[in-house]
Write a protein that binds this ligand. Structure first.
Ligand SMILES: Nc1ncnc2c1ncn2[C@@H]1O[C@H](COP(=O)(O)OP(=O)(O)OP(=O)(O)O)[C@@H](O)[C@H]1O
Length: 610
């Protein structure tokens, strides 16, 4: 049964898995229903209207049957007047009433569902972005996003349509069956005797056919993977002249899709013929048997009409239940996943901006004391084994070491993305645990290796460092970051959109925007994760100058890849295999004949020399 979507949900819910309905899953549904609470009166009113419109619909079989009887001057149901005009008028009044009530029912249900879902979406989104980094390390973000939107759409769909439809169909079913018995017990019993056969066949055959079509879908997905893989790795396909091989692979895969689909079609055809035979068989039997009852004077033509229309209602309701139930099952599964996400352990960040403001000032003294750390997702590998170093407020400290030794991990620890298993990180001599997480993050800024800008304007991207910044402050920061000049070069200046729809910015430009952002934030501690890919020398100079400006008057931790940029650092901490192996100024370390710093330095000089 195709039902029109009434809400803003999208069409990604078809493949959601169904979940068994049991006590545990119903508990989750109960938790999510809490979101309905603020709108419960509107919801109850919608329910009331729904019941009214469904009951009103039930009057039609009796009215139309009564009309046929009235045409023959008969009256078989006492509560229906024996007057065609009166019945017609009543039918139209009920119809108008039903339309009126339906409008309000739909309007109310959609309003309640949209508002409830907006609340759930807001909470899940907020929850999601305040989950610890580790949560994201274990999941693919794109998958999480599409799964979540599919789950929420399914819940929304159930709230606006499935739920209402279930109640309406239940009323039509019960009311319809009552009418059937009221009109003719004999005919009803005849009908009901055929029913079990149809139901049992439909259930078993239906399951079998669904399995087959699922297999066909899987096969199709497999063949789509071939297309996706080859397109993604098209250069490989071409370089190895494997076009014919891939085309063959795809063709074979398509063959099995067709074979499975044809097998499914045969069974589906059989099933459809059988069901059609049963349905029309039932219709013919009813009319046949009903006509003989009329012939014997046991039934009026009007009553047979009432009976046929009522049985259409009953059949329609019965036919709609499997899909409705499947939808409910999908929603229960979706609810479980949403609740799971809502109950994940969050970081201590408030949804209210004012609660995240700085409570405890950090002046910039930073120390690592015997820090030992392994990522929670990879506990067996201890990335940092024993890290100790100290940066006085306002000092520049460089972290140096071969790739993969854990330099970026240090940055994550300073920002509180993860917590060390042993040892401590101290801010102004106090353990990081004694600060609010937001206090630390508000006073530490990072200019990362790969600067990711949001899709908005350049102005918004810079102001991300300080949301309440005035336009003048944004421009001032951009000027200090050597970014003003190139920004003004765009026709739309600071309102230029970056990212997908706007101009693509070069690596150096993006870095300068990130520097302007950090300047606006004005942190006590700055982490510079130096970009590994080198810029051209002019761009490099502009970025370097901007960085110098940014590092003034604050503690700077420079994760350096090019050692030439850190000669002036107050201290250079050399890390190898998760341990500090050397620490000192450039001049001190370069004296160390067998030292790693000297070795790395020489290596880079040779590289530059070549
Ligand atoms: N989220 C994560 N989960 C598990 N392991 C990780 C994670 N991030 C990094 N690692 C591992 O931790 C180790 C240190 O990584 P890190 O990025 O800190 O090194 P790095 O010294 O900054 O390297 P590079 O100089 O190449 O940027 C690596 O072995 C890496 O594979």
């Amino acid at each position: 049964m195709a039902r029109a979507r009434l809400n803003s949900g999208n069409d990604v819910t078809d493949e959601l898995p169904k979940t068994k309905i049991n006590k545990a899953s119903l508990t989750n549904v109960g938790k999510l229903l809490q979101y309905l609470k603020p709108y419960r009166f509107k919801f109850a009113l919608g329910l009331f209207f729904l019941c009214l419109s469904s009951v009103a619909l039930l009057a039609f079989p009796a009215l139309l049957g009564g009309m046929v009887d009235a045409a023959q001057g008969k009256q078989s149901l006492t509560f229906i007047p024996a007057n065609i005009k009166a019945i017609g008028t009543i039918a139209f009044i009920i119809l108008a009433f039903q339309s009126f009530v339906s409008f309000f029912r739909i309007r109310l249900f959609v309003e309640v569902a949209e508002k409830t879902l907006a609340d759930i979406r807001r909470d899940t989104y907020f929850n999601l972005i305040t989950l610890p980094m580790d949560f994201f390390a274990n999941r693919r973000v794109g998958e999480l996003n599409s799964r979540l939107s599919a789950d929420l759409s399914q819940i929304q769909d159930t709230m606006t349509t499935t739920f209402a439809e279930m109640i309406r169909q239940a009323i039509l079913l019960v009311g319809g069956v009552c009418f059937l018995f009221l009109v003719s017990i004999k005919l009803t019993l005849l009908n009901l005797s055929i029913l079990p056969l149809i139901v049992v066949t439909a259930v078993f055959f239906g399951k079998f056919i669904r399995n087959l079509s699922r297999k066909a879908q899987d096969k199709l997905a497999e063949s789509n993977t071939i297309v996706q893989e080859t397109l993604q790795g098209i250069s490989n396909v071409k370089a190895f002249v494997n076009e014919a091989y891939e085309a063959n692979r795809y063709q074979n895969s398509l063959k099995s899709v067709v074979q499975l689909a044809l097998k499914g079609a045969s069974y589906r055809g059989l099933f459809a013929s059988f069901i059609l035979f049963c349905i029309f068989g039932a219709v013919v039997s009813v009319i046949w048997y009903g006509s003989s009852l009329i012939a014997h004077g046991d039934l009026s033509v009007g009553n047979l009409t009432t009976y046929i229309i009522s049985s259409l209602f009953v059949a329609g309701s019965m036919g709609s239940f499997p899909e409705l139930y499947a939808n409910v099952q999908k929603s229960v599964g979706a609810t479980e996943r949403v609740i799971e996400l809502l109950e994940e352990h969050r970081e201590a960040v408030s949804i209210h901006q004012e609660e995240n403001e700085i409570k405890q000032k950090i002046y910039g003294d930073l120390a690592f004391e015997h820090v030992k750390f392994a990522y929670p997702s990879r506990k067996e590998i201890t990335v940092l084994k024993d890290i100790s170093f100290h940066a006085n407020a306002g000092e520049k400290v460089a972290i140096v070491g071969p790739s993969g030794t854990g330099k970026s991990t240090l940055a994550s620890l300073i920002l509180g993305f993860y917590h060390p298993q042993e040892g401590a990180i101290l801010f102004d001599g106090k353990n990081a645990d004694q600060y609010k997480l937001t206090d630390i993050r508000n006073q530490v800024a990072i200019v990362p290796q790969d600067v990711l800008l949001f899709g908005g304007s350049i102005r918004e991207n810079i102001a991300y460092g300080k949301l309440e910044a005035s336009p003048e402050e944004v421009i001032e920061a951009a000027k200090r970051a050597n970014a003003h000049h190139f920004i003004m070069g765009f026709p739309e200046g600071y309102d230029t959109l970056v990212g997908e729809r706007g101009v693509k910015l070069s690596g150096g430009q993006r870095q300068r925007i990130a520097i302007a952002r950090a300047l606006l934030k004005d942190p006590a501690i700055l982490i510079l994760d130096e970009a590994t890919s080198s810029l051209d020398s002019e761009s490099e100079r502009l970025v370097q100058n901007a960085l110098e400006e940014l590092m003034k008057n604050r503690t700077s931790i420079i994760i350096a890849h090019r050692l030439s940029t850190i000669r002036e650092a107050h201290r250079i901490v050399v890390i190898e295999k998760g341990k500090v192996v050397e620490c000192g100024t450039h001049n001190e370390l370069i004296q160390h004949e067998t030292g790693l710093y000297r070795y790395l330095s020489q290596l880079q000089q040779e590289h530059v020399g070549n």
